[in-house]
Design a binder for this molecule. Sequence first.
Ligand code: FNR
Length: 429
Amino acid sequence: MSEQESIGRRVQSRIYREGLFGRRPVVPVEPQLLERAARKKLSRRAWAYLAGSAGQQRTDAENRAAFDDHPIVPRVLVDVSSRELGVQLLGRRLPAPLLLAPIGALELAHPRSDVELAEGVRELGLPMVISTQGSRPMEETAATLRDCPRWFQLYWSSDDELVESLIRRAEDIGSDALVVTLDTHTLGWRTKDLDLGSLPFTRAEGIAQYVSDPVFRRLVEQRVAHPGPTTEPTPRPNRSAVAAAVSMARHWPGSLKDNLTSPLPRAAVETFLDVFSRPSLTWDHLPWLRERTRMPILLKGVQHPADAARAVEHGMDGIVVSNHGGRQVDGAIASIRALPAVVREVGRRVPVLFDSGVRSGADVYKALALGADAVMIGRPWVYGLAVGGGAGARAVLEYLLAELDLTMALTGARTIPDIRELGLGQVES
Ligand code: FNR
């Protein structure tokens, strides 16, 4: 890519040209302004879920602040007139080392959720990691992505057959990899959601992969056919409870009218809450998964180098260093601080991906300089989706790519491998 056509210059010039006509970017460029714009657009409930983290939000804050402890020392007089952002990852050429992190319940950010996102971002060609908590069945999202790469993220259900079914479907939609998220076998203490008494899944938001799954639907039907003893008395319905019941009915396939009088939608939520996760999962379960798919498997939520080493020993194909954006353990180490030790331990045997706290192209650069092979972007594009739909999510990703590209130019890195080689450029003082 020459300087003239580099994404950095292209996006920058487009914005400044528009500025001559008095037009400012609809989707703010500055990360804090973007966050504020999203907050304005969203209901309190949506904001709490999308932006909220665990406890006092300390790990979320640390995730971002810790990037400040890793300054870049730029190099000069390097011919950077042409730059290349492309990388090879798990056997596929990608236009840049960026992926869209799996994000559940996207209908809170935009009514068309995953499909709106897929439509907006597919031309960038960056892999979208489709979440188990998607708001649209993965088949619809994948069809909308066309030839844009997709991966699938798995929450390992307590029901083996359901896990097998989800994996089969992920293979059928052409997923290039399976990302198994390990840090959310139990939901963290999400204070902002708790204070609103709000969890999307209890209204059937973000359970589209389940209600569209034949194995899950059978579990729901069995539950309705053989109801267990009810332990708690049902309180008299009020407006909120009616709204929740309507939401459940809307999310169950079929006509809303029929669903409103059917026991299935509520049973679906209860079944989901029962089978969502498996807190008893251990390393011993990994061979079971390995036998069931040919997709490369990556473990997401690794922070300790000893766990990274074990993942490699267990034949895993990659690691995602992540703390779920600080949504699980308040007080957990900032993800960027955990990265170098994991990279050292893994020693290039498998790719190491990174997420949590990345808000800018410079942050992406730092993660790559510290040894990540690729970076997953989470909340920034969610905010873009809230502010400007699919085009908004795309705009945010373009800003990140543009800043990464310009940072490379300004630090003396022509290619992504150059970033790793240069590192952060620190010198002994
Ligand atoms: C997530 N994340 C997540 N991870 C996952 O494996 N499956 C999922 O369904 C979700 N859902 C989800 C929803 C929301 C609203 C957020 C903010 C995050 C975690 C996500 O993949 C990623 O690890 C974090 O978003 C990274 O943190 P930052 O950079 O967004 O703060």
